[in-house]
Design a protein. Structure first.
Length: 141
């Protein structure tokens, strides 16, 4: 089960936020929260809020255990840019771009994937052992 949480129109440049988002992709939720807590950037606080929202959604809406959640992806998209102008020399004006971001975090429960892998390994062992067991039975007969 995937749980997605989005924060839109964050008053922060996407370029600055992507540095923090790359650090937490693929990590367990508890590890990611620890990293975000001790990262001294504005983006870390905003991504942390979005991550906590995703965790709360997973627990309350989908009955998932927070201990088994993993961050599948953390995407920072560009939002609308606020355009302002500042006076410059000789009566001209220079543009100032105030960029905004959209933060999206997708969580996935890690326990079902592990069960699938274990089940596949067990099935593979059974298929390998079946011919060997049949050969052993033929030798005894």
């Amino acid at each position: 089960m995937e749980v997605k949480s989005t924060t839109k129109f964050v008053r922060l440049s996407p370029k600055k936020a992507r540095d923090v988002a790359r650090e937490i992709q693929g990590l367990a939720v508890s590890s990611a929260l620890d990293i975000l807590t001790f990262t001294p950037k504005k983006a870390a606080q905003l991504i942390g809020k979005t991550l906590k929202t995703a965790i709360a959604d997973a627990e309350n809406n989908f009955s998932l255990d927070a201990g088994t959640l993993v961050i599948k992806e953390a995407v920072i998209g560009a939002g609308p840019t606020l355009r302002r102008f500042k006076p410059r020399a000789k009566g001209s004006a220079g543009p100032i771009l105030k960029r905004t971001s959209h933060i999206s975090i997708t969580l996935v429960g890690s326990a079902p994937e592990k069960k699938r892998k274990v089940a596949r390994k067990a099935a593979a062992k059974k298929t390998e052992e079946a011919p060997a067991a049949a050969a052993a039975v033929e030798e005894q007969a």
